[in-house]
Design a protein around this ligand. Structure first.
Ligand SMILES: [Mn+2]
Length: 319
């Protein structure tokens, strides 16, 4: 691999912090907390360094006492584990915020997608003018009133927008309402709940599903999405990437796989194209769950896809 000459307007010194977020409390399946250690064991740090980045590490949940939460009844109406999610994502928020304030590109590795409560809030603290590109099979925009599972990894976008805010568990009231509907675009959707569909339509949110990928092709979809949320290409872009956007053929070890997804190349193209804008300001890679693999190849494929997304986002090119 050769040092990348891709420009990064918001991080001209090319320094970044890999923030581990080994958190599984936003959903029910154990194992997603091992995503970060697998990505690091696959040489994430040295791979990014060889692209010319200065990399530091942070581990905001290192001393987090998960035991404390198993002793309490952490439920609010239908919402599961609101105190656990609140406290963990608040630590991630502080880590991402501090990285960005120190001019280090925050790359956060999860963990389930509830950690984006912290990452998006942290990035938008430093760059309130940011826009968010959410790559996912799911819209993650349920509110406490619409969620049927009560799993908070399906709700981060609504919390960041303050939708149905009167219904929030008290612990989650710290979350800043930093995201407006015109500043988020989705790519890869194919499993959207009825309540979510209603929200997406009512708020006129830029939601590109697999139908749009099939109809227009991935390049057009990425350009359309960016034109909606970043028309003058001057805003910082936060890329929050759920690996389940990519088809389970390529990314089998994830908590809520849905068939009919992006090919691996389409998935990597998104990261390449966003890097090419020069305005990438933060990256999350979430929902890598090695425990859900049926065999070693599943682990290698899934972790390898996560690693490849990171490398593309950090400026790796094929030629
Ligand atoms: Mn997600």
């Amino acid at each position: 691999m050769t040092v990348s000459d891709m420009p990064y307007k918001f991080y001209p010194n090319k320094s970044a912090t890999i923030i581990s977020a080994p958190f599984s409390g936003g959903q029910d399946k154990p194992g997603v907390e091992h995503g970060p250690s697998h990505l690091l064991a696959a040489n994430l740090q040295s791979e990014l360094e060889s692209l010319g980045w200065d990399i530091s590490l942070d581990d905001p949940l290192k001393n987090f006492d998960y035991q404390e939460y198993s002793k309490i009844k952490d439920v609010y109406k239908n919402c599961k584990k609101p105190k656990l999610v609140s406290d963990a994502t608040n630590k991630i928020y502080n880590s991402v915020k501090n990285a960005a304030l120190s001019n280090n590109f925050p790359i956060t590795i999860g963990g389930d997608h509830s950690i984006a409560i912290g990452t998006v809030a942290g990035v938008f603290h430093k760059y309130p003018d940011s826009c968010l590109l959410w790559i996912d099979a799911h819209a993650d925009i349920n509110t406490p009133l619409t969620t049927s599972s009560g799993n908070l990894h399906g709700c981060p976008i609504s919390f960041l927008m303050g939708l149905d805010s009167h219904s929030y568990p008290p612990h989650l009231k710290w979350i800043p309402k930093c995201l407006s509907p015109g500043r988020i675009a989705y790519i890869g959707l194919r499993d959207v709940d009825d309540g979510e569909k209603k929200i997406l339509r009512e708020l006129n949110i830029a939601a590109y599903s697999m139908y749009h990928v099939d109809k227009y092709g991935i390049n057009n979809v990425v350009q359309m999405a960016l034109r909606k949320i970043n028309p003058h290409n001057d805003r910082p872009i936060h890329l929050s990437y759920d690996v389940d956007a990519i088809d389970p053929l390529y990314v089998p070890a994830t908590g809520t796989p849905v068939r009919g997804g992006l090919t691996l190349r389409e998935g990597l193209f998104i990261a390449e194209a966003v890097a090419e804008t020069g305005n990438l300001a933060a990256l999350d890679i979430v929902e890598v769950n090695p425990s859900l693999a049926r065999n070693d190849v599943n682990v290698i494929d899934t972790v390898g896809a996560g690693l490849a997304i990171a490398k593309c986002a950090f400026g790796d090119t094929i030629v």
